[in-house]
Design a protein around this ligand. Structure first.
Ligand code: F6R
Length: 263
């Protein structure tokens, strides 16, 4: 795992957007895995800026989102469909036919999950997967205890998540209790993974998943098993890391590694 510590949220977002932009320029038809939540908003803003000011081209990209609340139609303002169109897709030249987001409303959800996995494979697999991390260490909606080999499936949300969401819904019966989510196993098959986290609230969980044991109780810790993961943190989220100096030393000496390896 490469751990990159940036001074603040802005720099974290720019660094991560820069990595995504490089992927898109290297392979215009790349397959990107995308996340929702508050953390990637800065990354999406920067990508929109790059599209407008630098001509970053999304026209051949294929995207797969991590998750969606079960029961919410795409037009619902709390759905992840709505989030993605509002915060990224409608501002860039992506082909709507190349956008995949798990369906919140499907006649046969198990069949849908199989189809979603098959579509990822048909597209050639995910080249770069963007992730956030939940306060309990979840990636996508793989809550603590999820199998580290899990595939796209329906997951029951933890009570805290249900409670946190309640403020967005007028009627209690509308609050989602389940989500369709890529599994940890699905995520680990991405060729490259980029996880971003910011703020003091994420400091403990970042120390756990980067420097603690691999455990299904902190599903992000499974990323330790992947060969190409970059974690980009701001100073606050990095504040509980024990090996911070080493990560910074690696960053500061990267040019030497490039010199020796000729890369
Ligand atoms: C969203 C997702 C979640 C979030 C996580 C962090 O698609 O998969 O795992 O990344 O809950 O959310 P924020 O960024 O709001 O702290």
């Amino acid at each position: 795992m490469e751990v990159v510590i940036t001074p603040d949220y802005e720099e974290m977002s720019k660094f991560a957007a820069g990595m995504i932009a490089r992927q898109v320029k290297d392979k215009p038809g790349a397959v990107l895995g995308l996340a929702t939540g508050s953390t990637p908003l800065g990354v999406y803003r920067e990508l929109i800026r790059m599209h407008g000011e630098e001509g970053l081209d999304f026209s051949k990209l294929i995207t797969f989102n991590l998750d969606e609340y079960l029961g919410l139609p795409p037009a619902h303002p709390q759905s992840y469909h709505y989030f993605m169109w509002e915060n990224l897709f409608k501002h860039v030249n992506i082909d709507p036919g190349n956008v995949y987001i798990p369906g919140g409303i499907t006649a046969d959800v198990e069949e849908f999950c199989r189809w979603y996995e098959a579509e990822i494979n048909k597209a050639g697999g995910i080249d770069l997967q963007l992730l956030g991390i939940g306060g309990d260490g979840h990636i996508a909606f793989n809550e603590p205890g999820s199998s580290l080999g899990s595939r796209t499936r329906v997951k029951t949300l933890v009570l805290q998540t249900i409670k946190d969401n309640s403020r967005f819904f007028e009627r209690e019966e509308d609050i989602p209790r389940f989500a369709v989510t890529m599994g940890v196993g699905t995520i680990l098959e991405a060729k490259k993974i980029l996880l971003i986290a910011g703020g003091e609230k994420k400091a403990l969980v970042c120390a756990d998943f980067i420097e603690g044991p691999v455990t299904s109780q902190v599903t992000a810790s499974a990323l330790q098993l992947h060969r190409q993961v970059t974690v980009v943190l701001d100073e606050a989220a990095a504040s509980r890391l024990k090996r911070k100096e080493y990560y910074n030393w690696i960053r500061d000496n990267k040019h030497l590694v490039r010199k020796y390896l000729g890369s």
